[in-house]
Write a protein that binds this ligand. Structure first.
Ligand code: ATP
Ligand code: MG
Length: 158
């Protein structure tokens, strides 16, 4: 499907914002211009769902989750960041490996299988994009991913 990424992203964020049981604030820093992406919406929904559920899972009560997006040269970069417990430096790249969980104690108390980000990476790569994380222990985590967008159609249908 070809979708307006901003609309698509906002509707996923809305769904989480309505359902959340934690006291976490959602902050949207999204442009008002439309960027059209050609994606498998079910698969990219799964990617974003996993990133937001991780951010919620590891956010403290009263924390913030920020949603950002940048467009440059036909590449859309999407950012989802939390101010949760973070990930130790040496482990940051491993969170995209199958079954990898940062530590056993965390894994036990939080549930999950450790497959979410591995599947997300496969799906983003299949769409011609990249996914990575930046994190600092005790400060927070930002997950970035990219998707190609159709430069010609950006903003023209509003
Ligand atoms: P699943 O998604 O399969 O239910 P999961 O959430 O544990 O399980 P992933 O989504 O692949 O698995 O994440 C892998 C690991 O990376 C997590 O177990 C957690 O240790 C760490 N992690 C992921 N996102 C964050 C985050 N926002 N803050 C801190 N740690 C994170
Ligand atoms: Mg997960």
């Amino acid at each position: 499907d070809i979708v307006d990424f901003n609309r698509f992203f906002n509707s996923i964020i809305d769904r989480f914002e309505m359902a959340k049981s934690k006291n976490v604030e959602f902050i949207r820093l999204l442009p008002s211009v439309s960027y059209y992406v050609e994606i498998d919406t079910d698969k990219i929904t799964q990617v974003i769902d996993n990133i937001i559920s991780n951010a919620l899972k590891y956010s403290p009560d009263g924390g913030n989750i920020r949603f950002g997006m940048k467009a440059n040269d036909g590449i859309l970069t999407v950012m989802i960041s939390d101010d949760g417990m973070g990930i130790p430096k040496d482990n940051v790249d491993r969170i995209f490996d199958r079954f990898y969980r940062v530590d056993r104690a965390r894994a036990r108390s939080m549930g999950g299988t450790g497959l979410g980000l591995a599947i997300s990476r496969e799906m983003i790569v299949a769409h011609g994009g990249k996914i990575w994380a930046e994190s600092e222990e005790g400060v927070g985590t930002t997950i970035f991913f990219t998707l190609p967008y159709e430069e010609d159609e950006a903003g023209e249908w509003d």
